[in-house]
Design a protein around this ligand. Structure first.
Ligand SMILES: [Zn+2]
Length: 418
């Protein structure tokens, strides 16, 4: 017994010795330097402060400052990019002199510039190591998507990515319905493993709008040009441009023309802010893009007409219908029939007058730069469908929050029953 105790005490002594050794400073690497080898002075550039002034305050004489600036100008013109509010660090010798040996400037969170002037003068630009962390988020819309994401502590950038990049042509985010829900797989960026660098990318998303599912998968269609787009589970490009015409097999009988002169009006200028597509009475009229019906009525020269809002920017309008098929507030998809060609209102023959609104102004849709919807090539489609298989499984297996709650309730009930 005694032997045992003494042995234990021995061990304790050894441990204490170990602790003493550990007290030596640990190596701290940043910017490619072991910061323990230096006296590190960190600060941010003050308003009106120059690179030269800072060096001068740190015991570097003017001739050397001039020399440093001249020699590093080619690699990094620090005088030109020097900006108030940006952080910098000066690495000084770890002796009584504390002479500056390197100057590190951080023009942004990710990049840094090192100017060495201990022995030889040289500068180089580098990046901090970046790591990406995959995350998922789900939510149910109660008022807006930004509010839902905000409650979850997810950056508003994700809202923008979903609304402007991914679903801009599929879902009008200004008209989401209560109960619409979503799942997103995205990546967060971290600089130096610790600094949050924001949302990097959205890998895949699922959005249930008006009970309809909309999948979006990120896919690189051109690795040379680095073209990345989002496609549906059926490989359809989500960046759908508007249909060229609201009616099939039609011809344009009159184009958008602000200086049109018409015989019946005594050849006075009567601007035509639409494009007329002549087609037989009863021809189905289609919504040219997904959206929500904002007008469906018979009024004056317009006759029977429908107006659709597609997103914050675009609206389309369809005039002179024989009959309307949609109601205000109704969500329509691109290609859905919204009415039939007729001759109601001011018209000399059966046609649909198609009007295209951008930010509340009527414009010529044929002169608009609308986002191209490039279909995926057949050979790539096979590759794409293979690629999304595991991603879709991953997406589908993420439970919605309320499902988790329901599961917990079920479990609780079961526990109570037993
Ligand atoms: Zn017209």
């Amino acid at each position: 017994m005694v032997f045992f105790i003494s042995c234990k005490e021995d061990k304790k002594e050894v441990l204490e010795k170990d602790v003493a050794i550990v007290e030596e400073p640990k190596d701290v690497y940043e910017f490619g330097f072991n910061l323990n080898d230096y006296v590190v002075k960190r600060d941010t550039v003050k308003s009106g402060e120059s690179f030269g002034q800072i060096l001068e305050q740190n015991k570097i004489g003017y001739p050397k400052i001039y020399h440093i600036a001249e020699k590093t100008k080619e690699t990094y013109n620090i005088a030109r990019f020097f900006q108030a509010g940006k952080p910098y660090a000066i690495l000084c010798s770890k002796d009584s002199l504390e002479l500056p040996e390197s100057f590190i400037y951080q023009p942004n969170k990710e990049e840094y510039v090192v100017i060495n002037f201990k022995d030889s003068i040289h500068a180089f630009k580098s990046r901090k190591p970046i790591t990406y962390v995959e995350k998922t988020v789900t939510g149910v819309i109660t008022s807006s998507i930004s509010e839902t994401l905000d409650q979850k502590g997810v950056s508003a950038v994700l809202t923008n990515k979903l609304a402007d990049d991914i679903y801009a042509w599929t879902i009008d985010f200004r008209r989401l319905q209560k109960g619409d829900r979503f799942k997103v797989i995205y990546t967060d960026k971290y600089i130096d493993d610790s600094i949050y660098g924001g949302i990097h990318d959205v890998k895949a998303a699922y959005f249930e709008h008006n009970k309809e599912p909309f999948y979006a998968f990120q896919f690189e269609t051109d690795s040379v040009k680095g073209i990345i787009d989002y496609f549906s589970e059926e490989a359809k490009n989500l960046r759908r441009a508007f249909l060229k015409a609201p009616v099939k097999f039609s011809r344009i009988s009159s184009r958008y023309n602000l200086r049109r002169r018409i015989a019946v009006y005594g050849y006075k200028v009567r601007a035509h802010k639409g494009t007329d597509f002549a087609a037989p009475i009863g021809t189905p009229i289609m919504a040219t893009a997904n959206g929500t019906v904002t007008k469906s009525e018979r009024r004056g020269g317009n006759g029977n007409y429908v107006k659709i809002r597609h997103n914050a920017t675009y609206e389309t309008q369809y005039l002179h219908m024989k009959k309307r098929k949609v109601k205000v507030g109704q969500f329509v998809k691109q290609g859905d029939v919204i009415g039939w060609v007729g001759m109601t209102g001011n018209t000399g023959g059966p046609h649909v007058c198609y009007r295209f609104w951008v930010n509340g102004r009527q414009v010529d849709p044929f002169k608009q730069k609308l986002p191209e919807a490039k279909p995926i090539s057949d050979s790539l489609k096979v590759k794409y469908l293979e690629f999304i298989k595991p991603v879709k499984i991953q997406l589908d297996s993420i439970p919605f929050d309320e499902e988790v709650v329901e599961e917990n309730l079920k479990e609780n009930l079961i526990t109570q029953n037993f």
